[in-house]
Write a protein that binds this ligand. Structure first.
Ligand code: TXD
Length: 307
């Protein structure tokens, strides 16, 4: 079982490392255009294996031969945000990069499942779907797990309880129009609104929406990568172990939620066939309006893509 990670920058290298440390594959191929860099990072990670105690072999490359036969491919190649930039500012350049990357991925791994990470996420997932010509359940985007993790981590801080006991759901596009659903959040099964005042929940929702931007403005030279790589790794794990996790992921919608022909963050069942099912949760009017706004935003970005 091989997993490939394309783009060996911040998110890519940490995803490769997490996959290896959890031994989710026999081999991880890490690819980047910068000469020597993926090879150096992979070798360095592999040299940590005796101390960390993992047997997953890591291999760096500038081409795609080494990715051949991958069961799962995580794509993180492309530009990341700098302060003052929105995710949408990355659209034109990253469309070019993702087109080239996906053509190469597909050539060497015609049966792979693609997990898109590059921003603007919902649009890059679309580019990957079109370029690969794969079935839509084999092409998905990582965003909801990250957004939900942020929400859960802030709730844990606020309540002073373990993050392990907090469940939450965030729908919509990956951006400031995401739709956190505090109504569906629980602490060990107890609905969040029973434990936390509405103003506190509202503040956590706002912080979650701006969670990516908060890290960008602190780092000043790039965007988040520890939590994003954890989220991407969780998706890889669900697929390679076929454990049918229910996770919020960007999925291609064909009628679900009354929506067609776009990627949106929704709860899905993840297993060896990729997205095996899309779950529909009931939304109230306010949530529907927020989702519509998110849809509008993603559609306006899709209109800028020419393939
Ligand atoms: O929730 C989410 N989906 C995200 C998305 C969370 C965090 C980061 N998100 C996006 O992932 C971010 O906005 C970027 O679009 C990507 C990658 O972020 P990262 O922080 O890893 O960016 P880096 O460190 O700049 O790494 C990008 C690497 C870099 O090493 C480039 O040399 C490489 O991509 N790159 C390429 N690799 C292969 N092939 C091509 N053509 C290529 N072009 C650039």
């Amino acid at each position: 079982m091989k997993v490939s990670v394309i783009g060996a920058g911040h998110v890519g290298e940490n995803t490769a490392r997490r996959i290896a440390e959890k031994e989710l594959a026999e081999e991880v191929a890490l690819v980047d255009i910068v000469e020597g860099m993926p090879q150096g990072k992979s070798l360095d990670m592999w040299e940590s294996a005796p101390v960390e105690g993992f047997d997953t072999h890591l291999l760096g490359a500038n081409g795609y031969e080494e990715t051949a036969g991958s069961a799962v491919t995580v794509i993180t190649a492309g530009l990341a945000r700098k302060p003052g930039m929105s995710r949408d500012d990355l659209l034109a350049k990253n469309t070019e990069i993702i087109t080239e990357v996906v053509e190469n991925v597909v050539k060497h791994s015609p049966d792979t499942k693609i997990i898109m990470v590059t921003n603007p996420l919902d649009v890059m997932a679309y580019v990957a779907l079109k370029v690969s010509e794969f079935d839509s359940n084999h092409v998905m985007g990582m965003a909801g797990i990250l957004d939900t993790a942020r929400f859960r981590s802030f709730v844990a801080l606020e309540l002073g309880v373990s993050v392990r006991d907090i469940q939450a759901m965030v729908l919509g596009g990956h951006g400031d129009t995401m739709v956190p659903l505090p109504r569906y959040a629980t602490v060990a099964g107890i609905p969040l609104p029973d434990l936390l005042a509405q103003e506190k929940i509202d503040a956590i929702v706002e912080r979650t929406r701006g969670g990516g931007g908060e890290i960008v403005s602190l780092l000043k030279s790039g965007s988040a990568y520890y939590a994003p790589s954890s989220a991407a790794t969780e998706m890889v794990e669900a697929i390679v172990k076929d454990n049918k996790r229910i996770l919020p992921c960007a999925a291609w919608l064909t009628g679900e939620y009354g929506l067609n022909d776009l990627y949106m963050g929704v709860p899905v069942k993840l297993g060896k066939d990729g997205i095996e099912e899309i779950l529909e949760v009931k939304l109230n009017d306010e949530e529907k309006t927020m989702l519509e706004k998110s849809v509008e935003h993603v559609r306006s970005n899709l209109a800028k893509v020419s393939l």
